[in-house]
Design a protein around this ligand. Structure first.
Ligand code: NAP
Ligand code: MG
Length: 504
């Protein structure tokens, strides 16, 4: 049992002003795995005041000082990677190999990237008669979701630290453990008092208090669209900047070539990584109509090969995060059947032999792009296959979505694949797999307005005098093999790179 009842404020472990606690449920067992404290506005006030005080000196720190600190954090993070991975598995149900592998690897990658960017970042530039300064924005409120919990915390906390901002982190109630360990890491590494603070609790209380707080300069939020909209409204009265990383319904285009069936199989097993709880997951698989039967057979075989079970075992897929999320997935499966989509694999209920735990079946539908299961984000292991007649048709379907976060194109003709990627109105596109911590990540349309990862973590640096905000597409190269999920999760996939494609 974990007992994480103190917050990290002003360099100290601090009890909540008004004591209140909540139990955390292990999604694999449905049993209580520990307790966290729920903060109140008074705790937020203390944390923001500490961050405000610390900003004076931290914003004036040298690059060398900040690099030293990031390297100390890196040493401590590296020492505790196994523990961090186990915490992720316990809080949100990722298979242990995925938790200790890719989940923790994402955090390590963002940390290393923050160091590399800071080593080379030009904070000053002489432009004609003007000296252009890029300065830390100030106190940042960082609000994160539970699905890739370490990824989302580290992609905000480390760039903030690197640029001289101070921050208050509000981790998700459903996945509070890895964030708590990260706060211990920051403490042990010697982060100066007030530079990083963490308050656990309800989003509607802690998140809202941060969003409205007059002394917070920026909110960086990752999560759902409705909450993103609410935060934007809450932040408006104090004219803060708001960076939003929201949901998606990303298209995965498979070209008509010799690799078609293998690519369909890889995309299908890729969809099931992290039980489909990935904002940039390729949840709409676009395949040539002329070869639909072959594609359906490949997807069915791949989905049925995904082993589901206790995340502490050697499985590809664990449970979804909560009872609520399980219910949402079940409702969408029922909706798909009601709408007349053809069920290819999986379906309602738990997989055979699993009576307890929030387990879903890896599910595949053949559908049309107007159905709710093709338009709305399900955030579970449910893939929708849609047929296209021509490349133009595929591009039209891909772009016919309220979202625009990720995208994928797989095919042997790389130039043709990139030509399609160029026409997709979406933030990041993986062409034949690939991964790059330095490539920007963020969405078009209802998927948000932020860009994170690498140098572009603009959330935290004020680009004075910049005319327009960048809105860039990233076409990503292949990932470093060390960061692929270890062993279990991707077994059965012919292409590990595509298997781990969706990441955040
Ligand atoms: P969520 O319900 O929007 O919650 C995200 C965070 O916001 C949590 O910490 C939550 O607190 C907090 N929150 C809730 N209400 C709030 C309010 N009124 N004001 C301020 N904060 C508030 O999202 P989720 O269910 O955790 O995560 C799933 C969603 O995140 C999906 O839509 C997914 O696509 C999206 N996502 C996007 C990205 C990206 O990079 N674009 C990455 C990952 C996930 P609680 O702890 O109380 O819930
Ligand atoms: Mg939620």
């Amino acid at each position: 049992m974990r007992n994480y009842t103190q917050f990290y404020i002003d360099g100290r472990w601090t009890a909540p002003v008004t004591p209140a606690t909540a139990e955390v449920i292990n999604p694999a067992t449905e049993e209580v795995s520990g307790t966290i404290s729920l903060g109140s506005e008074a705790d937020v006030d203390l944390a923001v005041a500490a961050a405000r005080r610390a900003f004076g000196s931290w914003s004036q720190s040298t690059v060398a000082e900040r690099l030293d600190l990031l390297r100390s954090i890196q040493a401590e993070y590296t020492r505790r990677m196994q523990e961090l991975g186990e915490a992720v598995t316990e809080e949100m149900g990722a298979p242990l190999a995925l938790g200790t592998g890719f989940h923790v690897g994402l955090g390590a990658g963002h940390l290393q990237t923050a160091i590399e960017v800071l080593e080379n970042f030009k904070f000053e530039e002489q432009r004609g008669p003007t000296l252009l300064l890029k300065e830390p924005i100030g106190v940042c409120g960082l609000i994160t979701p539970w699905n890739w919990p370490l990824n989302q915390v580290t992609v905000k906390v480390f760039p903030a630290l690197a640029t001289g901002c101070t921050s208050v982190l509000k981790p998700p109630q459903l996945a509070p453990y890895s964030a708590q360990i990260l706060a211990e890491i920051m403490d042990k590494a010697g982060v100066p008092a007030g530079v990083f603070n963490m308050v656990q609790g309800q989003g509607s209380v802690i998140g809202a208090a941060l969003s409205r707080h007059p002394d917070v300069d920026m909110i960086s939020f990752t999560g759902s669209e409705p909450v993103g909209v609410q935060i934007t409204k809450d932040a408006a009265d104090t004219v803060k900047r708001v960076g939003l990383e929201l949901g998606g319904k990303s298209a995965w285009v498979i070209l008509d070539d010799d690799q078609m069936a293998a690519n369909v199989a890889a995309a299908t097993s890729g969809m099931m990584v992290n039980a489909g709880q990935t904002c940039s997951a390729g949840s709409r698989l676009l395949v040539p109509n002329a070869r639909m039967a072959e594609a359906v057979a490949a997807a069915k075989a791949a989905a049925e090969a995904v082993s589901v079970g206790n995340p502490l075992g050697e499985v590809a897929m664990g449970p979804v995060v909560s009872k609520g999320q399980w219910n949402v997935v079940q409702q969408y499966i029922a909706k798909g059947l009601e709408e007349g989509a053809e069920l290819i694999a999986g379906g309602a209920g738990r997989p055979d032999g699993l009576e307890k735990g929030f387990y879903c079946k890896p599910t595949v539908f053949k559908a049309t792009n107007d159905m709710a299961i093709a338009r709305e984000e399900i955030f579970g292991p449910v893939l929708v296959i849609i047929g296209y007649d021509s490349v133009d048709h595929a591009v039209d379907i891909a772009n016919d979505s309220p979202f625009g976060l990720g995208g994928y194109v797989n095919g042997q003709d790389r130039d043709a694949a990139i030509a399609i990627a160029r026409r997709m109105r979406t933030g990041a596109i993986w062409v034949n797999g690939g991964f790059d911590f330095h490539a920007p990540f963020g969405g078009y349309k209802r998927s948000g307005n932020g860009r994170e990862w690498g140098r572009i973590s603009r959330g935290q640096v004020d680009h004075r005098l910049r005319g327009t905000a960048p809105c860039c597409q990233a076409v990503m190269p292949r990932p470093p093999p060390a960061l692929w999920p270890k062993a279990g999760p991707c077994r059965g996939s012919p292409r590990p790179a595509a298997c781990m494609g969706p990441t955040a």
